[in-house]
Design a binder for this molecule. Structure first.
Ligand SMILES: [Zn+2]
Length: 126
């Protein structure tokens, strides 16, 4: 059985349903026997629901507006976010990546710098 520390690292992926079957089963087994980790899963699910609600309330940006802003923003740091939840950063990064435009996103997450995305025009990323 996985330990608490290992399970906690997997919780963001677990609540998103992004773990391999065996890993997901390991997390489920662990939280069935560990109240602390179960509490963390519940908290992660609440954050996930809040983020989804917040994103669904955002107004849609037209493709033309997105293209114009993307061209002007190329290579500039537009925003600096301090995010206390990996899930928020993960969802934001996934949303930006899906746009297919050149995007660079670094995230300061729980006090650490995380290079989230470096997507250049044409779909290359590193
Ligand atoms: Zn635990």
């Amino acid at each position: 059985m996985r330990g608490c520390e290992e399970v906690r690292e997997l919780i963001p992926w677990y609540v998103e349903g992004n773990l391999a079957t065996e890993e997901g089963a390991d997390v489920a087994t662990h939280i069935g026997a560990c109240a602390d980790c179960l509490h963390d899963v519940a908290a992660a699910l609440r954050v996930r629901a809040s983020v989804r609600a917040a994103f669904s309330a955002l107004p849609l940006v037209s493709e033309e507006m997105w293209e114009r802003v993307s061209r002007q923003a190329l290579g500039r740091r537009l925003v600096q976010l301090d995010v206390g939840s990996f899930i928020v950063g993960f969802r934001l990064g996934a949303w930006l990546t899906r746009r297919g435009n050149p995007v660079r996103a670094d995230l300061r997450l729980l006090g650490r710098e995380v290079h989230l995305i470096n997507r250049r025009k044409g779909g290359g990323s590193s």
